[in-house]
Design a protein around this ligand. Structure first.
Ligand SMILES: [Zn+2]
Length: 347
């Protein structure tokens, strides 16, 4: 049932500068001009964002002066109401959301790269824009991507798959190329799915000892020809055409530097949290003609391709577990224990 302006909803708020979040009753947000309101069906927990904010990791304490705040930036649901000046979408339509909204005017935005807009806003992470750890969220119309009959959890995964697709489409990858991927998290698994869909001849997925029991078997299930720990990767991982680094570990970039073929390409997607500078043997890369392409966020074509891929692939092994919003503590604990690839909450 569509709520009235006076109705209230349950939201999972970060209220205090200490570990934890709390369920609160807050007003249902009203969509302004150009906005839509979404009944949130699934919202992902990002291990590098919401999970660290919940645990009050020192890297997230800059939010202290902004509390209380409603986070949640990977989400999907059904349009519930539209504000004025919104066309092309209607209530009842199921959508996923691009959380990075560019200014629309700068050179980056005008060339289709709003993900690197210097004035970009991030829904559910920037203090001035509420996120989706709640029953309803209001977002700008331009952030929406219709997902048709895909599930809400698949809609959440599209944000990660889209980033991986962006990495593949920005690279010189062509069908028949060999691919290696470091970091079998949501983006690395997304890169695997994208490389399979793109017709890679072989795909090596490289993880750590912690991935041996779950994420490496999952990678094999989703089409990896080889899934190994980094200790085992050095041997047999060589002359790779396109090496997707999605872990953000310096050791993985080092492996990429030695395993990418002459004239090949390293696609750097992983963020090196806590390491401002990362050693890389650039002279060796120059002498061997290996290029390094960095990728951040998605562009419009990434969404289009990610949706097309998701419609043709069974992503269910990479989805969940899912928890009701009220069981958020269990969901954050599952994230801590690395259960599943993309844990979601269902408000
Ligand atoms: Zn811009």
């Amino acid at each position: 049932m569509t709520p009235n302006a006076t109705d209230r909803m349950t939201a999972l708020l970060k209220t205090r500068p200490e570990p934890g979040m709390t369920l609160e009753s807050v007003p249902v947000p009203e969509p302004g001009p150009g906005d839509v309101r979404i009944r949130v069906e699934s919202v992902g927990i990002d291990g590098g964002a919401e999970a660290l904010i919940h645990d009050w990791h020192e890297s997230k304490r800059h939010y202290a002066d902004e509390l209380p705040q409603l986070f949640g930036h990977e989400f999907a649901g059904t349009i519930d109401a539209t504000g004025s000046d919104v066309d092309g979408v209607a209530a009842g339509e199921r959508v996923a959301v691009e959380p990075v909204v560019g200014c629309g005017r700068c050179r980056c935005c005008r060339s289709g790269s709003s993900s690197i807009c210097p004035d970009r806003r991030i829904l559910g992470l920037d203090p001035e824009i509420d996120g989706a750890l709640a029953e309803y969220a209001v977002v700008p119309r331009e952030a929406l991507y219709p997902i048709g009959s895909l599930s809400a959890d698949e809609g959440v995964f599209l944000e990660l798959l889209g980033l991986a697709v962006h990495g593949i489409e920005r690279s010189s990858f062509e069908p028949g190329d060999s691919v290696a991927i470091t970091g079998p998290g949501a983006v690395g698994i997304g890169a695997l799915v994208a490389a399979v869909a793109g017709g890679a001849s072989s795909i090596t997925v490289v993880g750590t000892e912690a991935d041996r029991r779950d994420r490496l078997p999952l990678a094999r299930e989703l089409g990896a020809t080889r899934a190994v720990t980094v200790e085992d990767a050095a041997e047999g991982t060589e002359d790779v055409d396109v090496f997707v680094e999605a872990s953000g570990h310096p050791e993985a970039l080092s492996l990429a530097s030695s395993a990418t073929r002459r004239g090949g390409e390293i696609v750097q997607i992983g963020i090196f949290h806590g390491a401002e500078t990362v050693p890389v043997d650039l002279t060796r890369l120059v002498r061997r003609g290996v290029s390094v392409t960095t990728v951040y966020g998605r562009r419009d074509s990434s969404w289009r391709r990610a949706i097309a891929i998701a419609e043709g692939v069974d992503l269910s092994p990479a989805l969940g577990p899912a928890f009701p919003l009220a069981d958020y503590e269990a969901a954050f604990e599952a994230t801590r224990q690395r259960k599943g690839v993309k844990i979601t909450l269902h408000p």
